[in-house]
Design a protein around this ligand. Structure first.
Ligand SMILES: [Zn+2]
Length: 120
């Protein structure tokens, strides 16, 4: 079997993400702590964080944004273009993303095949 370089780090990041997500609604400070850990593990190993994972992290406090739990999500229509706005409940930072048409809006992390280990 071929060994994939950086695979252990990816699994670690995935694991930290699961913890951060699980704890997000209960303890936002701890969620931020794990979010920052994800970033430092990625940096140390020169790995790119998956854009969908990055999207779910608050730009400022790095906690995982979950709709109605740790964040508020709104879908807006601007000039016929749909955008998704996320507001972090912890620090109030807002981010807006374009909602692409005909795209599966579930991020890859929520698809069962991408989850290494679910902490729940
Ligand atoms: Zn925040």
């Amino acid at each position: 079997m071929k060994k994939v370089q950086g695979n252990d780090s990816f699994q670690r990041i995935n694991y930290l993400y699961q913890i951060s997500k699980y704890i997000s609604g209960k303890n936002s400070a701890l969620s931020s702590y794990y979010g920052n850990l994800i970033i430092s593990v990625a940096k140390k190993n020169v790995l790119k964080i998956h854009p969908d994972m990055k999207r779910q992290m608050c730009k400022k406090c790095k906690c995982i944004l979950i709709n109605n739990i740790s964040a508020k999500m709104r879908i807006k229509n601007k000039n016929k273009a749909k955008t998704i706005e996320w507001e972090c409940n912890t620090c109030g930072t807002r981010r807006t993303f374009p909602a692409s048409k005909n795209k599966d809006h579930r991020v890859w992390l929520e698809k069962p095949e991408s989850v290494v280990e679910v902490v729940q």
